[in-house]
Write a protein that binds this ligand. Structure first.
Ligand SMILES: [Zn+2]
Length: 81
């Protein structure tokens, strides 16, 4: 069985990408800068092994559930009267 994995990559401008190990780039897709941080995630045996959550830029993108909560609060505020 061959190696399966992906890279987490972070550029100086805060762009974050996850790329397949066999199809990764040397530069940021968004702005063309060289990656400042690269982390290898090994999915061969345990999916997500070595995953570095601290590399994900803050604030984290809203999940569907979170964005729905925000939408609901906004909707209620607009229709309060
Ligand atoms: Zn970038």
């Amino acid at each position: 069985m061959s190696f399966e994995g992906r890279y987490q990559k972070l550029c100086p401008n805060g762009h974050y990408e996850e790329q397949d190990v066999y199809m990764d780039t040397d530069q940021c897709i968004e702005c063309g800068e060289k990656w400042v941080k690269t982390n290898l995630v090994d999915d061969t045996n345990v999916p997500g092994e070595g995953y570095d959550e601290s590399m994900i830029p803050k604030p984290k993108p809203l999940t569907v559930k979170n964005s729905f909560t925000v939408f609901l609060a906004d909707y209620r505020a607009k229709n309060a009267r």
